[in-house]
Design a protein around this ligand. Sequence first.
Ligand SMILES: Nc1ncnc2c1ncn2[C@@H]1O[C@H](COP(=O)(O)OP(=O)(O)OP(=O)(O)O)[C@@H](O)[C@H]1O
Ligand SMILES: [Mg+2]
Length: 273
Amino acid sequence: MPLLEVKNVSFSYVKNKQTLKDVSFSVEKGEFLAIIGHNGSGKSTLAKLLNGLLKPNSGEIIVDGYSSSDKNAVFEIRKRVGMVFQNPDNQLIASIVEDDIAFGPENLGLPREEIGKRIDFALKAVGMQDFRKATPERLSGGQKQRIAIAGVLALMPQVLVLDESTAMLDPEGRKEIAEVVDNLREKGVAVIAITHYMEEAVKADKILVLDRGEIALSGTPKEVFAKKSELDALNLELPLAGIIADKLRARGLNIADDVVSDAELAGALWKLL
Ligand SMILES: Nc1ncnc2c1ncn2[C@@H]1O[C@H](COP(=O)(O)OP(=O)(O)OP(=O)(O)O)[C@@H](O)[C@H]1O
Ligand SMILES: [Mg+2]
């Protein structure tokens, strides 16, 4: 059984206008799913459905055996699916990093000692052990966002949903978050990242492309980025390495059709040398 299963989910905010239409997919333990798609395609709505902030009009979301159809399960689902949003400044509340991370576990009523352990765990998971007593305001964007992630990790979720959590970060900050994602997957935490950056999506195990509330494309990054005309029609780009590969190919260089990641491009160029 997958860790998270979305089964034929539809959702509307208002009558006669479906925001999500018959969406189905699943995520395994430690898996990394990227969700891409245009503004207004329903990505954030889907994120809110995943952790029980919204409820499907039809269909069902099952997390670790708990179904969104079961009223009593919402709390269990929320505990298992953590969410991090775009702006870290809106997510940090305390004036000292450790207090910020303690906030969630304190609300769960956990004992002091356990809270301390969770702060250690969460800071280590995001590589911010040395910033326990720091003031969030003084940190860089990437560091702030890592603290926001740590705050969610302190609740020990099984799925972490990042809703454009790198959108406000510089390339260095985005790299920091990518490292956190790698580390979490090794720990068995599933990551669902909504992103406008194809460089992030290409690192995922699977990609879901939403278009006007429907899944337009899905598959491995290789499968999805191979559908160039479909992506074009959706006004979505290839990752930078794919764009460069296309340009070099157009100039007559012998580069395989399916090069989409940095590593593949480097490999293809190496071969040509
Ligand atoms: N609270 C709401 N009430 C009514 N309509 C909403 C609400 N929130 C979002 N919508 C509409 O639902 C649709 C999907 O919005 P959503 O925020 O899920 O898209 P998105 O893919 O996350 O977009 P973006 O890339 O801009 O973040 C849009 O048409 C939006 O206007
Ligand atoms: Mg959104």
